[in-house]
Design a protein around this ligand. Structure first.
Ligand SMILES: NC(=O)c1ccc[n+]([C@@H]2O[C@H](COP(=O)([O-])OP(=O)(O)OC[C@H]3O[C@@H](n4cnc5c(N)ncnc54)[C@H](OP(=O)(O)O)[C@@H]3O)[C@@H](O)[C@H]2O)c1
Length: 336
């Protein structure tokens, strides 16, 4: 047990709720934020986590309003920022990729950049010097492919991404750059975590509706609206429990700084589906790939491994996730 307070911005989210869970398991006091901390459809699951009734306090805070983060950040030793899910469309519903550059910047990128700076400004006002920011592998796609990705060479070019109308991807690298500059100016230690699709048991039923879990739910019900045929490309993933451990390790490793992959090795979809075939009904499997799969993305995990967390692998995380889903958690997996 420790009297250190960790603030988790986005505590009701897939990533945030698992950071809360891990922080409570490690004995920390936790201040969690969400936009409406009176929303019992979310709070009841957070408050049911082991240790929550004694050590978790929930606050309403909106990234559009910096001051709303002052209270949850008061006396905190660190802030974990996981409150910027990707924005896929403009306020009038126009898909992000159909926007011109001005609207793409103003309506997709700027809210995330400004929102992150609002949280960081509050942290600075409250004297919080340690920041762990959740970004995404969408910030790790340099214009020219690299043979082996490292956190230093796999950096997206925001101008290029905006030129390609990839505003939803560009928001992440723009956010990382703004956070980096802010933390440097204000003497704050910043770690940036780079997850991709996340698997594993979730804290609340709402998270089963997120893209990755919804896919598994669909497969277990014998459907597959994503792939008619096995794609030639590859994919990475990680168990949300491993990701949460990496976040806490980045905070606890006092020399840790900068970007960290929070993923496993990338696997061809062909191999992923061979693994999934052990767990889901045959009718959910797509038609086989004709020809050979593309070479999967390769990563150098030296920095990730330096955080000292033993990561699962893809077969293990798939097996654990599907076995857990087969227990029909929250009574939400199998169609009645
Ligand atoms: N999910 C994935 O598979 C995945 C993959 C790669 C990277 N990531 C990254 O992980 C991070 C977190 O994503 P997630 O999947 O955990 O998202 P999520 O489940 O949608 O959770 C988002 C959290 O942020 C809060 N939030 C949303 N808008 C806010 C605002 N304006 N002000 C303050 N809080 C706000 C939400 O709270 P309320 O809605 O309750 O207010 C919730 O707690 C993002 O950076 C995302 O890009 C996620």
């Amino acid at each position: 047990m420790t009297d250190k307070i960790l603030c988790v911005a986005g505590a009701s989210g897939l990533v945030g709720s698992n950071i809360v869970k891990e922080a409570l398991e490690k004995g920390y006091q936790v201040h969690g934020t969400m936009r409406d901390a009176t929303d019992e459809s979310k709070t009841k699951y957070l408050m049911a986590l082991p240790g929550a009734s004694e050590r978790l306090t929930l606050y309403s805070a909106n990234a559009e309003n910096s001051e709303s983060f002052d209270k949850p950040l008061n006396k905190a030793d660190a802030v974990f920022i996981a409150c910027f899910p990707p924005i896929y469309s403009a306020q009038d519903g126009t898909p992000a990729k159909e926007l011109d550059r001005e609207r793409g910047y103003d309506e997709i990128i700027r809210p995330v950049k400004q929102g992150c700076l609002n949280v960081l400004n509050a942290a600075n006002r409250q004297g919080v010097k340690q920041v762990v920011l959740c970004s995404s592998t969408s910030s790790t796609n340099p214009p020219e492919p690299v043979e082996v990705k490292t956190e230093q060479n796999a950096v997206s070019d925001p101008e290029q991404q905006m030129a390609d109308n990839k505003y939803t991807s560009a928001e992440k690298i723009v956010m990382e750059n703004a956070a980096g500059e802010f933390c440097q100016t204000h003497g704050m230690r910043l770690c940036v975590m780079l997850p991709t699709m996340m698997t594993g048991p979730v804290v609340m039923p709402q998270h089963l509706e997120g893209e990755s879990h919804a896919r598994f739910v669909e497969l277990l019900n014998g459907k597959n609206t994503h792939h008619d045929k096995v794609p030639a490309g590859s994919i990475s993933m990680s168990h949300i429990g491993d990701v949460a451990k990496l976040f806490i390790a980045a905070y606890e490793s006092k020399n840790a700084q900068g970007r960290y992959f929070a993923v496993y090795d990338s696997w061809p979809w062909q191999a992923i589906y061979a693994e999934l075939a052990k767990h889901v009904p045959t009718e959910a499997l797509p038609k086989p790939l004709e020809g050979d799969p593309e070479t999967p993305t390769r990563f150098d995990f030296a920095r990730r491994n330096s955080l000292g967390i033993t990561m699962r692998d893809i077969p293990t995380t798939l097996e654990e996730t599907l076995n857990w889903l087969k227990t029909n958690p929250f009574d939400k997996v199998f169609e009645k």
